[in-house]
Design a protein around this ligand. Sequence first.
Ligand SMILES: NC(=O)c1ccc[n+]([C@@H]2O[C@H](COP(=O)([O-])OP(=O)(O)OC[C@H]3O[C@@H](n4cnc5c(N)ncnc54)[C@H](O)[C@@H]3O)[C@@H](O)[C@H]2O)c1
Length: 316
Amino acid sequence: MNVLITGGAGFIGSCFARTAALEKADWNCVVLDKLTYAGSETNLEPVSDKVTFVKGDIADTDLLNRLFQKYEFRVVVNFAAETHVDRSIKNPEAFITNDIIGAYRLLEVCKSYDLDQFVQISTDEVYGEVLEGFSVETDPLMPRNPYSASKCASDRLAFSYFATYDLPVVISRCSNNYGPYQHPEKLIPLFVTRLMEGKKVPLYGDGMNIRDWLYVEDHVRAIFCLIDKAEIGEVYNISANEEHVNKEITHMILEEMSLGLERIEYVEDRVGHDRRYSMNSQKIRDLGWKPRYSFQESFSKTVQWYRQNESWWKSL
Ligand SMILES: NC(=O)c1ccc[n+]([C@@H]2O[C@H](COP(=O)([O-])OP(=O)(O)OC[C@H]3O[C@@H](n4cnc5c(N)ncnc54)[C@H](O)[C@@H]3O)[C@@H](O)[C@H]2O)c1
């Protein structure tokens, strides 16, 4: 089966491609990625003989048509997006261009071909902040920053292609991922790499914002589960129910690196910083998925990975 992985040179997409190349013997994976600052072909190096890499934009209709005609994809997984909330606050336009218009162009091309499934990778951030309880898939979407608003637009746009044109769309909304190969602008790699350089770590506000942490390989296997078993037209939350405040995550990194709390520098909070996201993921668990890895073990493995792979993050 030919599978198109867009954004497959980024953090989660490359984990998806690496894992699929090793575990899905009957899949032939093609990665399409425009290699923004966040994407790197080196993320695919471990499987470069098994995965085809194409540099290009999901908004490039001609290129997409050529790829569809050549490979006759059965499944498309759309990871491609601008992904950093802070950048979206400074420059929303890149998010409108890539996350909304890019997704629209990709959906338009996909609707002209015979596909088994189009997976749109959305996020828990589309629900907006959830101070109490857990978001379920039918909850209203209340995104509060340009990143989550753009992701909300592509999430609903993908759904509209199911409802209007019968495109076999499935939407996944996952929580905060962590693991190897994440760009060092994101919290865990940012803090580990700054500490390695002898710097302090900038913790937003009072450090009490809550995120639900999901190991990237668990996320990838959840998408495999959706490709096998999801009902077309449905939305699935993906979370490991590992809620931790940012301060606790910071303390865990410091402890892992045998460093003291004086390395924390509290900085002015992100504007409109959502206090908490939290989702109920029973719907995908009913399909048989559950996280394989313990938080403590995979967190520690992740910190070690950045410590042992300095050449990877220094070359970005
Ligand atoms: N990282 C998380 O915790 C998280 C949580 C929920 C949802 N998501 C979603 O998962 C997906 C992947 O996230 P990530 O953390 O791997 O992001 P990332 O920033 O590491 O990677 C994104 C990749 O998309 C590529 N890209 C961007 N615009 C493109 C375009 N127009 N055409 C082709 N390629 C393009 C980039 O070059 C990069 O390789 C995104 O859609 C993101 O919104 C991420």
